[in-house]
Ligand binder design. Sequence first.
Ligand code: ADP
Ligand code: MG
Length: 738
Amino acid sequence: MIRLEGISKYYNSDANVVLGLRRVNLELNLGEFVAITGESGSGKSTLLNVISGLDKYDEGELFVNGEETSYFSVEEQEQYRKQYVGFVFQNYNIIDSFTVLENVMAALMIQGYDPKTRKARALELIDKVGLTSHKNHRASKLSGGQKQRAVIARALAKDCPIIVADEPTGNLDSKTGEMVMALLKEVAKDKLVIVVTHNYEQAAPYVTRKIRMYDGEIVEDKVFHPTDKVKPTEPKAPVNLAILDVFKMALMSIFRMPKKSILVFITLLFAMVGVNSLYALNNYVPFISTGGGSYNDLFPNNFDGRVIVTKKDETAFTQTELDALLNKSDVIDLIHNDFLLDQYYYVTDNDDPYNGIEGTPYLSTYVKSEELSSGRLPENKNEIVVRNLGWKTSTYQINDVISIHYGFEYYEIYESDITARYEQFDMTVVGILDGDYGLYDVVLHPDFFNQNVTNTINPNNFLAARYISSEFSLVYEDVSYYNNSQQSIGINDTLPDNQILVHPNLVNYVATMMAVEEAEILTKSFVWTKLPGKFVGEKETTVTIANTSNSEKYAYWMNSKTYLSLTSEGPYQITLLVKDAFDADKVMRGLSDDYHTIHPASYQGESWGIGGLSFLTVMAFGLLGGFLYIIINLVIKSVIQSRKKDFVIFRSIGASKKDLKRMLVIEQVIYSFVSYILAIITLFIMNTLIEDFKVMRFIEIGFYFVSYALFLGALLLITRKFSIRLFGRSVITTLKSE
Ligand code: ADP
Ligand code: MG
């Protein structure tokens, strides 16, 4: 069966070459129970390792069933071990975390046994070594003798022709040792059993042959009982493990070392939550209260949730378009006439009309009722919340009816024609704010702006205000003449349709600019257009210029019908109300095709887009990534190191490197997948608990996949590094270093 011809082996240690075996010739056959004896260092283990394919030799030839083996590749050598040899070592190489049954079943599995017959066969073998009563005990809980018997059962499970045992009784008391020998003897009936022992007396009653070694050579070879030639049976064909079995083994390893596994899970969980949170934070930072602080000329009312929209083609919005905008996800409400948001209101004080509040209005959409000192938020266009500024002597009370004015700048309120220039709304106070300072002093319902403007505002009063008037200019032959003084429109219904009277000063101004006589100006036909600013749209109407010395108050006069034809076609500019700057960005990105958008809080004309990484974030990611890599590296290293012995055992019972690598990969997939699920649950909990930073809002679905892939990749990389170290060594060196 096995034949050695002139086998020599040398060990190259640091300085010198040590002799392992010298020209050994030997033939061993099935049915023999061979004891190899000799003093320590005589080469017993070396001989055994060469025979069992754990070690290579330097000279000579080893024949297995007549076949040369010196040209075996690593894989072929592995195959040989897997098919031919069962191992029993002195230090009972058994997987401590598995039960006896599992240890034996693992061997049967690696051997390619059908899953259905595995258990029955394992129980049979366990019975054979007398461990039935201990079959469900963890190997770590067994005595030395029991462990060794379990190992023999496992070696038998391999169903291979050769069983090698290196000092199998070395750590056992003599009685147990004898039992083990008896067991091996029984096994040896149809196998070749080779036992290395320095205690020959113990083996003597059982062996059929004694080989004594000295200094790497066989000095004695006695056959006591010539054995009947047992006909060698063809060993089982090699199999690769079924993926399901590999998966089972991976799961078992994870569950059977709970402490280490929990460490891995927790480490990965922290890492994953950390990376995802950092990413979310990166996306969140640009949106942290961008509004309120900075004054912005064009749009003084620059709260976070305001998105100003105009059409790229500069026409008015149609009702269909407005409905579509309002129905967009993340849009809470729509303000048709958003210019009002940028107008200054003046709220009177009933006791002291000279001491009211003024500013730009705030919307109830963005106020929580907890922020109020008393009362509730406005629920319709006629309700208001006001601040009782600390320095004021009189205070507003709930249910007071007070007036809010829109019109010229506040100081003009004292002028005599106040009613002609202001629109006044009577409001009921439903809530009070206290304190000298707040982001806002007045809170209105969004309907105040939509319903009042569309239903009740009289252009004769209100719209003839500065902001509106200054939006118009006269255009003649593509040259625009406007002055930016705060002149406004007067409504005079005695004027004919489409005629606009122009103040003499303006006529003079335009004539000077055109270098013509004033009289000539009056014969021209001008185009009436809004200011060329992009955010007000454009409206062209041919108008007649007429001189008048009517009044000093207004720059232009026209009748109501003409005025409405210029202004009532529909809004050119609207405001979408969204939750905050983050949603503003999302909405702006969704609108970028047909609309101009602006987010006055950040004064950002175009979407800045989330997902961009700032330099700071890249640094933070680098640091966190490096730190996590080191930690995960340490954890995986410790896990793999603690399983070094298990891997060697797996290999010694025939698992291939490929199987073990697959098992490690599957383990990493399980670790990372379960941790990631836990991480997402954790993020979800953080999401519900942390009011101000809704983590999950700031992570796109795609990033979850990207970050998972990164984690799995890193894990596999780290695992690969350690497994290369592990598998790079031969089984025997790994075993010896145990
Ligand atoms: P035994 O099992 O009879 O005690 P070994 O086969 O283990 O003897 O060792 C035979 C000789 O080879 C000894 O001199 C030992 O020091 C040497 N040897 C064994 N293994 C190695 C090794 N891995 N590296 C270097 N020398 C070794
Ligand atoms: Mg030895």
